[in-house]
Design a protein. Structure first.
Length: 361
């Protein structure tokens, strides 16, 4: 039974038919928001960035939100294998929360994880010789522009949720996309208008990297917003997944080469508030052409059944395990170890591509 589901847009499939899956063809790697779900790719990420891609060095755009941005920051270390190991260990072990932790408590824990993860490595991350890191964050507008009290935050997100229920286009009245990008690559394809959201930009530098990663992963209500981000537009910043949950972006506009997207699900959901709206999935939208050159790699249902609780780690595990931190950590690490199967199957597909395994995206 396969552990992987492999889906390809028509241009991606044509590339596979012509060349197989070659590192030299990979131009963009997205990484989605999703909290602990991203842990499942530790071994695949270590192989991808520590072994396979370095065999064919070229400039590559790495685009991530929330935990996806944290993973891609690991990829930009001089030693990505050690960085992914460190990120996984910190993410699992440092998050020991009391019952009903305050937003300030959770924020302090996440700040500490980021500092221990990237502290001292900022320069090498933003100046990687081949990778160009782009971190996505959300900047609040209207009621979310500068809320000072929990009730103000609740009112702002309540208005945003109601707007999004009517139309994703209306959500753009409450939030902006901010791309904090490698200064060597302004990512014009992300800044030229492609949806209803106003997109702002800021340079990614050694002195704002930690705050950019924090902003990109700042969950509403769970954490305190980032209220000042050096070199970025003034304002209040929240999780990049609010606007770009699974990064339904115009990849075909950016490149004729391949977009390799290891993702924890078979569907691409545009925004965090769209999770319960299957009709909003990117492949069903009018913008389906954006994904023509995307190769989507995700865990199969058979793989998920082998994991603790029969699913990927996620934020629901915190209330489920409560104060049994060691049991949660044990189960998360079990799931991470199972992720070796994803790595091994993708490596085998690279060596001997079987196009019968590839489904249309």
């Amino acid at each position: 039974m396969s552990s992987l589901v492999i889906q390809a847009g028509p241009r991606a499939l044509a590339l596979l038919q012509k060349n197989g899956l070659r590192a030299a063809d990979v131009a963009i790697i997205p990484a989605a928001a999703g909290g602990p779900k991203g842990l499942i790719f530790q071994h695949l990420d270590q192989w991808l960035f520590g072994d396979w891609l370095p065999r064919s060095p070229r400039e590559r755009a790495l685009v991530g939100a929330s935990i996806g941005a944290w993973r891609l920051a690991a990829a930009c270390h001089a030693d990505p294998v050690a960085a992914f190991e460190r990120l996984s260990t910190l993410y699992c072990e440092q998050q020991r929360y009391p019952n009903k932790p305050s937003a300030s408590f959770v924020t302090a824990v996440c700040r500490r994880i980021i500092d221990h993860f990237v502290g001292g490595h900022e320069g090498e991350i933003v100046a990687h010789p081949h990778h160009r890191l782009h971190v996505l964050a959300t900047r609040g507008t209207r009621l979310l522009a500068a809320p000072q009290r929990p009730l103000s935050v609740m009112a702002g997100f309540g208005a945003a949720a109601l707007s999004n229920a009517v139309s994703r286009r209306l959500l753009a009245h409450h939030m902006q996309r901010v791309v904090i990008h490698d200064q060597r690559d302004a990512a014009a394809w992300l800044h030229q208008p492609f949806d209803a959201f106003d997109t702002r930009s800021a340079p990614l530098t050694a002195d704002n990297l930690q705050l950019a990663l924090l902003a990109s992963g700042t969950l509403p209500f769970v954490m305190e917003p980032v209220r000042s981000l050096p070199h970025a537009p003034a304002g209040t910043y929240w999780d990049g997944g609010l606007v770009d949950y699974h990064l339904a972006l115009p990849y075909s506009r950016a490149t004729g080469d391949l977009v390799l997207y290891p993702h924890f699900g078979e569907h691409i959901v545009p925004g965090w508030l769209d999770k319960q709206m299957p009709w909003r999935r990117a492949a069903r939208s009018v913008n389906r052409g954006w994904l023509d050159n995307v190769l989507l790699i995700s865990p199969s249902p058979e793989f998920l059944r082998r994991l603790p609780r029969g699913r990927l780690p996620d934020r629901r595990d915190f209330p489920h395990y409560g104060l049994e931190h060691d049991r949660r950590i044990r189960d998360w690490k079990h799931a991470i170890a199972e992720g070796e199967r994803l790595r091994d199957e993708l490596s085998a597909f690279v060596e001997r591509p079987d196009l019968d395994l590839v489904r249309p995206l």
